[in-house]
Design a protein around this ligand. Structure first.
Ligand SMILES: [Zn+2]
Length: 117
């Protein structure tokens, strides 16, 4: 993954999967990167989601998609947790808002989540 720091400097971070668990080498981490921080939690969730997508799992055939006019999924604000729950990277699990839409009660990030059996 590549990050642009506040200084404008680009920094690459190599994250490897060990089983289903993303592993971030500590020698390679970014300023402010501590376990449980927003950037660490969000990045690890994205890496896990990409890994699951490449393996064709993503939960149990579930699809996370942007709501009409939204882009929270496309830009990574909303991801599927390792338990397959739509999750805001800043605030945690989304609440069901009806009709297959889930919404963050804190920031309003939203996603459509359709489970396909
Ligand atoms: Zn949120």
């Amino acid at each position: 993954m590549t990050f642009t720091l506040g200084t404008g400097e680009d920094r690459a971070l190599v994250i490897r999967m060990r089983g289903d668990e993303p592993v971030v080498p500590s020698a390679n981490s970014l300023p402010g990167w501590v376990p449980g921080s927003r950037i660490a939690t969000g990045t690890i969730a994205v890496v896990r989601a990409l890994h699951q997508a490449r393996q064709g799992v993503g939960g149990s055939g579930a699809q996370l998609a942007d709501v009409d006019g939204g882009w929270d999924v496309s830009i990574g604000n909303v991801v599927l947790s390792s338990e397959g729950v739509p999750t805001c990277v800043g605030h945690g699990e989304l609440a069901p808002a009806g009709d297959g839409v889930y919404r963050c009660e804190t920031c309003g990030a939203a996603a459509r989540y359709d489970r396909q059996p």
